[in-house]
Design a protein around this ligand. Structure first.
Ligand code: FES
Length: 588
């Protein structure tokens, strides 16, 4: 039988249970908040890291959900403490939430370290909140369970089903091409996001919450439940109940994240034809846990993994349909031997045990292995003389004829240059060209924004062109599509060879052979390298200055170098730090 903790072994005992001046202060201040001593004494203290705010549309229901989580914690004999953390609202935060993912990860870790938490419920869903919370929790390594926000309901406009992001891009292009009216566009605006929850296409949110479930961090089936469904509320209460038991069992992230669990999560992302952003996040998460996930490993798994989820932007349906078709459990069960079923999960069972009885109810939405949406390679890792450390493309989201293509580069030196010239009638460009955007990476943009679905010039849209080869060191929204090569590493701003590409160069893309090269001689590239001038730093103070010095490149997950496992960790602060005694043990 698994050894259970005693109340005296709880981390929070150092705050509340001992008889000294500091704990007198902790108890008297808890009394000030209206609690009787027997409401918390000897109970697991459960921190609830809540990313709710009035500017995060995807998390509007978290105000209610947190009450359901607390209900579960109380019923299981725990003591809940809600702690607000960075909200990372994808549609509103400039220049990009990615700039602040590591900020949330640090905040999550340090909040848990500095307060009397025995375990934690992580409430996230909108894109970067999931990896940010998980990264912090992995580094802190207290019992942790993830509560996914759940996707919103299908969008609707005049009887047409709308998907987050994907249909914004699609109808924006139609508007620019003169195919729909301003009135149509306003109708789409009103109907594309019509309930609480995160984007319901297979964007970064749905990809990462599904990855969290495959990693073992959520109760089984939770990641697929729409936010507005009453089963989502029920699952929130169950999550609160379960974390209390996890504390007694001392079931921690380090017990869940193994190389096998990481492979399961990567396989999941690929079978969903998930967001390319997941690559960066999965590498960062895995490294926090001491698992070395490389781009090559990602490509290797991609080559063997069929796409089973028929969800936009690669497929036709939305997350609500996916849930009704059986959800993630059904898809993982269908993946069979591609999933390592022996991995542990937060409910104490193995992933395999959690998949027992899972069934597909609509095999057009969740395809059978013998009838996949794509047989393999939903994602490809490219290398070549402009991306020696890698770049990525989502072949299934591109027009097939562009996957082997050589074209003349039209280069924009940064986002403002592109915005100023892309629709210029005089721009020398046609559909065979390759659009290049530089200075859009982790340091240069800064924060590697989702600019990678570079716009097609208006004059080509009007001719009916809807896809072209586009290359950048930026990311792309998971809801985007097109022949977009992303995450070029090292980025141009720090002197990667991508900085040396000039308008007029020929660029060769060969996805089947995983190649991306500029057809310019080494001698010419050396000459350009010698003439390259390092740009001035973007920041001279504040968080931006910290970010630009410490952020790693896309192929390494864009974590801060000092936050990886094995890096220098801040010293723990003892519960009695204001009256430290020599030899006092650390609190975790
Ligand atoms: Fe929050 Fe898309 S805007 S998940």
């Amino acid at each position: 039988m698994t050894k259970r903790k005693t109340p005296e072994e709880l981390r929070s005992h150092r705050w509340y249970g001992v008889n000294d001046l500091r704990s007198f202060g902790h108890r008297s201040r808890t009394a000030q908040m209206g609690y009787n001593r027997d409401e918390y004494a000897g109970k697991p203290v459960i921190a609830i890291l809540n990313t709710w705010s009035e500017i995060n549309a995807c998390h509007t229901h978290f105000k209610q959900r947190v009450e359901e989580v607390k209900r579960g914690i109380w019923q299981a004999g725990g003591f809940p403490i809600e702690l607000p953390v960075q909200t990372l609202s994808e549609p509103f935060q400039k220049p990009t939430t990615m700039l602040y993912r590591n900020f949330l990860a640090m905040e999550a870790e340090e909040t848990l370290r500095s307060y009397p938490a025995d375990g934690v419920v992580l409430m996230g869903g909108c894109d970067k909140t999931t990896p940010g919370l998980l990264m912090g929790a992995i580094s802190m390594d207290l019992p942790a369970i993830f509560l996914p926000a759940g996707p919103m309901l299908r969008g609707n406009w005049n009887g047409v089903t709308l998907g987050s992001g994907s249909d914004s891009w699609k109808y924006w292009a139609e508007l620019r091409a003169g195919k729909i009216t301003q009135e149509d566009w306003q109708g789409i605006e009103g109907g594309i996001a019509r309930s609480p929850g995160h984007c319901m296409t297979m964007g970064t949110a749905s990809t990462m919450t599904s990855a969290a479930e495959a990693l073992g961090f959520t109760l089984p089936g939770f990641a697929s439940i729409p936010a507005a469904d009453s089963r989502h509320a029920q699952m929130a209460a169950k999550t609160g109940m379960r974390i209390v038991e996890m504390v007694w069992e001392d079931l921690k992230p380090s017990d869940l994240i193994t190389a096998g669990a990481v492979d399961n999560a990567v396989t999941t992302c690929l079978a969903l034809s998930g967001s390319t952003n997941a690559i960066v996040h999965m590498i960062a998460l895995a490294r926090r846990a001491g698992v070395e996930l490389t781009l090559d490993r990602y490509d290797e798994i991609s080559r063997r993994t069929p796409v089973l989820a028929n969800i936009r932007p690669t497929g036709a349906y939305l997350m609500e349909d996916f849930f009704y078709a059986g959800g993630l459990r059904a898809m993982l069960a269908e993946l069979g031997d591609l999933i390592d079923r022996s991995q542990r999960t937060v409910n104490g069972h193995t992933l395999g045990e959690n998949l027992e009885g899972a069934r597909i109810f609509n095999d057009d939405v969740i395809r059978r292995r013998d009838k996949p949406l794509l047989p393999d390679s939903s994602l490809a890792v490219l290398r070549g003389n402009i991306a020696p450390n890698g770049a990525v493309i989502k072949p299934g989201a591109a027009e097939p004829h562009l996957l082997v293509h050589t074209g003349r580069a039209v280069v924009f030196s940064d986002y403002n240059d592109m915005a100023a010239r892309i629709d210029d009638e005089a721009l020398d460009i046609d559909e065979s060209c390759v659009i290049v955007l530089q200075h859009a990476g982790p340091v240069g943009a800064p924060g590697m924004p989702e600019w990678g679905q570079l716009p097609i010039p208006r004059k080509l849209l009007q001719k009916g062109v809807r896809d072209m080869v586009r290359i950048s060191d930026a990311r792309m929204s998971g809801t985007s599509y097109g022949a977009c090569v992303l995450h070029v590493a090292p980025e141009s701003f720090v002197g990667g060879p991508f900085a040396l590409v000039q308008s007029g160069d020929l660029i060769e893309l060969d996805v089947p052979r995983r190649k991306l090269n500029v057809l310019v001689s080494d001698a010419e590239l050396d000459r350009r390298k010698a003439a390259w001038v390092k740009p001035a730093p973007r920041f001279t103070r504040g968080y931006g200055a910290l970010h630009q010095v410490h952020v790693m490149q896309a192929d390494q997950g864009c974590d801060f170098d000092f936050l990886q496992r094995g890096g220098a960790r801040p010293a723990s602060v003892s519960a009695s730090s204001y009256e430290d005694k020599p030899g006092e043990p650390e609190i975790h």
